[in-house]
Design a protein around this ligand. Structure first.
Ligand SMILES: C[S@@+](CC[C@H](N)C(=O)[O-])C[C@H]1O[C@@H](n2cnc3c(N)ncnc32)[C@H](O)[C@@H]1O
Length: 213
């Protein structure tokens, strides 16, 4: 079922000073946007923004940029910035494919990928946000020692992703095929994660670090 387009979403986001429709202009200059030199963390496919909003409240000394291509969901994420006065959050309404147009080499300290579409069919797998073409781009914008946090409810997708990260020479710091909530007291539960946890679906979690040989 396709959701009906929310026609108010894009005009409203364009009025929001924390949403950047001209984000290319700030490539290499995000520190100036935040007016500090705190680390910058990206969330790709941020949806309704619950994860970044909570992370930003818990970590005022980190800057967050949410990336999301669907205005129907993102309108709610971008509203949260204003609602909770999150001065350390900005929003980019773009496709993750184009990330290199928006960030300079080594501008980013961490990337979160939470419950991205698993695209099980072989012909669609190149759309996965962990597919090697994407990992190559993330490697450019991540600092040395920067990392990628991946959570998913789809074990097959997770196992494929472990291979992609290994092939792209990321260092696997952690893998967990059943991330129990009680073992990760600092975990911030996303919208999709809540749905799957309520159905007792195991959640896979991995952390992968960029390192220089
Ligand atoms: C299943 S939802 C998960 C939303 C949220 N991260 C969560 O955990 O609740 C996946 C989101 O990723 C977004 N997405 C998928 N592919 C994307 C891409 N190439 N660039 C930007 N966003 C993407 C979708 O629009 C959708 O909002």
């Amino acid at each position: 079922m396709r959701l009906r387009k929310k026609h108010f979403a894009i005009p409203e986001m364009k009025e929001n000073p924390f949403v950047f429709y001209d984000g290319e202009k700030y490539k290499g200059k995000w520190m100036e946007v935040f007016e500090n030199n705190n680390p910058i963390y990206l969330e790709l496919g941020a949806g309704k923004g619950t994860f970044t909003a909570q992370s930003a409240m818990d970590n005022p000394n980190i800057n967050y940029i949410m990336v999301e291509m669907e205005s129907n969901a993102f309108i709610y994420g971008t509203r949260k910035i204003l609602e909770y006065k999150l001065t350390n959050v900005r929003a980019l309404p773009i496709k993750a494919e184009n990330i290199l147009n928006y960030f300079e080499d080594e501008e980013i300290s961490r990337i979160y990928i939470n419950f991205c579409t698993p695209w099980p069919k072989l012909k669609h797998q190149k759309r996965r946000l962990t597919y090697p073409d994407f990992l190559k781009k993330y490697k450019v914008i991540l600092k040395d020692g920067g990392d990628i946090y991946l959570k998913t409810d789809d074990r097959d997708f997770f196992e494929d992703s472990l291979k992609y990260f290994e092939d792209q020479r990321f260092m696997e710091v952690l893998r967990d095929f059943d991330m129990k909530e009680e073992e990760y007291p600092l975990n911030i539960v996303t919208e999709y994660e809540r749905k799957w946890r309520d159905q007792n679906k195991p959640i896979c979690f991995g952390v992968f670090e960029k390192y220089v040989d």
